[in-house]
Design a protein around this ligand. Structure first.
Ligand SMILES: Cc1ncc(COP(=O)(O)O)c(C=O)c1O
Length: 379
């Protein structure tokens, strides 16, 4: 017998209460019983996004909301800046290009956060740029980008909006949409929302509303104006992912009960404990300067291949972590903290990493990382 421990940054474990809710006989989305469920979700999504604006739910993975954040706000040929410091930043550029916009790249070394001054300089250099696209948390490198400072940069420019991919940021750390002046904020269901993949969410500001009015890119399924109109009536334009919406009501209620502050503090503690454990094991972080609390990227020591470590964790202990992608492949492993995670998830993950490293011939003092983690977790 071997248990499985899911510590990848999405999909993340689903609480049993949500699994049970989703296992109930399906309800019909055009019948009266759907409306109160959806209404409750809409209200709690505003709490999650820290906004008084409407949060639109889409049946899609997170990338669907990324695409909608381009097609509903820009016109063909529009210039848009995107921060490219990892796989998901790169995706903004690909979407912009696919829809005939002109992407302006601000390249960031993998493992580093973007410098808001570089974004401000790029905007100053080219007043035709209409939007800035960035990740709150670049999951591929475990970096947190400085969204508050970026919002201050775009906030001073009436003709520029800031779109933030909060797929591993919303419900992980503080991203108050209204207070900071984030113009478009989006996330997906399979991360901090503790649900299976299949739902995406997007909200936009009053400033972005003006862009919505003049948007000129092709769109049909992800038409935010049409969706919002229906969703204000607690309906959806197309068939919603009914069972996921039922699960959504449950997880949002759990987040409300813990409070956002509580969720952020718990996640931050798990991330901090992991970072301390990494240091105690003589290992390094891939993103030491601006680590995201969503997941920790651990650099592999000389002689250890990240893919081999990932494989050993899985086969020996049932522990699932993420490896590195592209240029980081084999060089890192990523351990998640977001969503349905607590104290003993860190203990388990670190203990397994210690044993797996030892098994691969890397010298480790068994328990050293766990002891450092416990100091944080027991505080
Ligand atoms: C920051 C970020 N953006 C975008 C995505 C893509 O989301 P999806 O795979 O749900 O389409 C992910 C998925 O891991 C992500 O972490």
């Amino acid at each position: 017998m071997q248990k499985t421990y899911l510590y990848a940054p999405g999909p993340t474990p689903v609480p049993s209460e949500a699994l049970l809710e989703m296992a109930r006989p399906i309800i019909h989305h055009r019948e009266a019983e759907f409306k109160p469920v959806f209404e409750s979700c809409r209200r709690d999504l505003q709490y999650l996004f820290q906004t008084s604006r409407d949060v639109v739910t889409l049946a899609a993975s997170g990338t669907g909301a990324m695409e909608a954040s381009v097609t509903n706000f820009l016109k063909r040929g529009d210039k848009a800046l995107f921060v490219n410091g990892g796989k998901f930043g790169e995706r903004w550029g690909k979407i912009l290009k696919a829809y005939g916009c002109e992407p302006v790249e601000v390249a960031v070394e993998w493992g580093q956060a973007v410098d808001p001054a570089a974004v401000a300089a790029a905007l100053d250099a080219d007043p035709a740029i209409r939007a800035v696209y960035v990740q709150a948390s670049e999951t591929s490198t475990a970096v947190m980008h400085p969204v508050k400072a970026l919002a201050a940069v775009t906030g001073r420019r009436p003709g520029v909006i800031l779109a933030v991919d909060g797929i591993t940021g919303v419900g992980v750390f503080d991203l108050p949409m209204d207070a900071w002046g984030i113009d478009i904020l989006l996330t997906g269901s399979q991360k901090a929302l503790m649900l299976p993949p299949g739902l995406a969410f997007v909200a936009w500001s009053e400033k972005a509303e003006e862009f919505l009015k003049t948007a000129g890119l092709p769109r049909f399924y992800f038409d935010l104006k049409a969706e919002r109109k229906k969703q204000l009536e607690n309906q959806t334009a197309w068939t919603p992912a009914v069972s996921l919406v039922v699960g959504l009501r449950e997880v949002l209620a759990q987040i409300r009960a813990e409070t956002l502050e509580g969720v952020f503090a718990r996640t931050a503690r798990l991330a901090e404990a992991t970072r301390k454990a990494v240091a105690a094991l003589g290992l390094e972080l891939y993103a030491p300067a601006s680590p995201s609390d969503a997941c920790t990227a651990v650099k592999m020591p000389a002689g250890v291949d990240g893919q081999a470590l990932k494989k050993a964790l899985r086969s020996r202990f049932g522990v699932i972590v993420a490896g590195g992608q592209d240029q980081a492949k084999g060089k890192i492993i990523r351990i998640a903290h977001l969503g349905h995670a607590d104290t003993f998830d860190v203990v388990t993950a670190i203990a397994a990493v210690e044993m797996a490293l030892a098994g691969l011939g890397h010298p480790v003092t068994l328990g050293a990382g766990v002891a450092a983690a416990l100091k944080v977790l027991n505080g």
